[in-house]
Design a protein around this ligand. Structure first.
Ligand code: HAM
Length: 444
């Protein structure tokens, strides 16, 4: 009987694994460039951690079960609740702003489809302890650079920027309370995939007669793409009073955020799009999602501010903002843009061994080269020279090191540079000096 993988789970044969690790390496490099520290957390967590904190959609997709001790547990569908707990528990001892990142696998029982699997990797990057939009800007700039690191440019992807704060102010100006606003935002989140009639029907319990006209105003807001239009629209909602003041303050935050993004070189990537509200329960301010430039397909990344979550999980009051990028949609985009390179890793050296008598010397030298940090391969069984050279070529090694009986007798080895075809003999006793030199300059 042959077993198959579960739906939505992947196996990583070496080439796929090398490609995955290439993605991780770029992610790590960019996090390091922005001076973030790597952390990790358990993949299995108490179910309770996700109920309410993550929101309905994710809770409906949990891989959860009862463990042998009768505990209700779940495979992590996302990192944010675990991270908020980690930071909350040590908050007083941590230097702020806390800038942390993680690369890890996450699990959601979704219907497997293009860009969506049941096990996928996420690059989570978050800042804690900074309430102002400078932190949001820093993260969006990092997100942009993390995609640029793969060779993607502003013709390839965009970051859509929105603001739950501004939405709530807008809805308050319309006379909606918090509960009704939450219902409306839930509908806005799904508007792109919903026809108009259905949306009006869903709005009716909250807005009654006004539902259709109200949806018209929502559509107008969602169509706004530049800050000036947004500013004029928002200021027109409330001309005086508390809400007018709050709107003015919030628009200042927007200006600061947009200016910072421009200064960080991310300006051309950012598109205002109030149609993004994010489905997760904990977001409180700016929210954003990265998409392929045409807008097609699933999001590459998503995130935003979640200032209340650390406290909700038992920690102190602590502002937070972050995002996660997935590996699945990213790899699809790189494929479609022809940005996937050859990930097969070739050894630096292949040692060609001329019979059992030469093996001891050859293996001893191979061990020396390995301890210098270079990659070396040799045949495990005795083979003809012809076969060994053929394999060295197939494996794409840069050099062959030849140990025939003649070489052993003279105390030398022969190096062949496959790029130039040149061969040269070197004394074996000088191997530790010769090898780094070969790697640096090759043989002319
Ligand atoms: P999210 O929008 O649920 O946010 O997921 C972020 C990214 O993870 C998505 O844009 C997508 O690339 C990837 N992703 C999610 N589900 C799947 C799936 N089933 N298959 C493949 N890829 C998937 C969060 O998870 C938030 N916790 C992000 C965050 C961090 N917010 C603040 N800090």
């Amino acid at each position: 009987m042959q077993f198959e993988t579960l739906p939505g789970f992947r196996e990583f044969y070496p080439e796929a694994c090398a490609r995955r690790n290439h993605i991780f390496a770029q992610w790590r490099k960019v996090a390091r460039a922005f001076s973030f520290s790597e952390y990790d957390a358990p993949v299995l967590e108490p179910l309770e951690l996700y109920i309410e904190k993550s929101g309905e959609e994710i809770v409906g997709q949990l891989f959860n079960f009862e463990d042998r001790g009768g505990r209700a547990v779940a495979m992590r569908p996302e990192m944010t609740p675990s991270l908020a707990r980690l930071v909350g528990a040590k908050a007083n001892g941590l230097k702020r702003p806390i800038k942390w990142f993680n690369i890890g696998e996450h699990y959601r029982y979704e219907r497997p489809q293009k860009g969506r699997l049941r096990a996928f990797y996420q690059y989570n990057v978050d800042i804690f302890g900074e309430a102002g939009p400078a932190a949001d800007a820093e993260l969006i700039a990092l997100l942009v650079q993390a995609l640029e690191a793969f060779g993607l440019g502003s013709a390839d992807f965009k970051v859509r920027l929105s603001d739950r704060d501004l939405w709530l102010l807008m809805l308050a100006a319309e006379g909606l309370d918090e509960a009704s606003s939450a219902v409306v935002l839930g509908i806005v989140d799904k508007l792109e995939r919903m026809d108009r009639e259905k949306a009006v029907e869903k709005l009716q319990p909250v807005l009654g007669e006004d539902a259709s006209a109200f949806l018209g105003r929502i559509e107008e807001v969602i169509a706004i793409r530049d800050f000036d239009t947004l500013s004029v629209y928002m200021k027109g909602l409330a001309l005086e009073g508390d809400i007018a003041d709050q709107i003015a303050t919030r628009l200042n935050d927007w200006e600061l955020l947009l200016n910072r993004l421009k200064a960080a070189g991310a300006g051309e990537y950012v598109q205002i799009d109030l149609g993004i509200v994010r489905g997760l329960a904990y977001y409180t301010g700016f929210v954003f999602e990265a998409f392929e430039a045409s807008g097609a397909g699933r999001a590459l990344a998503g995130g935003g501010r979640y200032d209340a979550l650390v406290k909700k999980l038992g920690g102190p009051d602590m502002p937070a903002v972050g995002f996660a990028m997935g590996d699945v949609t990213l790899a699809d985009l790189l494929d479609s843009k022809g940005l996937t390179t050859n990930y097969v890793q070739s050894p630096d050296f292949i040692v060609i061994i001329g019979g059992a008598e030469a093996r001891e010397a050859a293996m001893g030298d191979a061990a020396t080269i390995r301890s210098l940090g270079y990659s070396v391969d040799y045949p495990l069984k005795e083979q003809s020279f012809g076969k060994q050279f053929k394999e060295a070529n197939q494996k794409g090694a840069r050099f062959a090191l030849i140990y025939g009986s003649e070489e052993i007798e003279k105390g030398v080895f022969k190096a062949r540079d496959f790029a130039s075809g040149t061969e040269k003999e070197f004394p074996r006793e000088a191997i530790a000096e010769v090898i780094p030199e070969l790697m640096l300059s090759g043989l002319e």
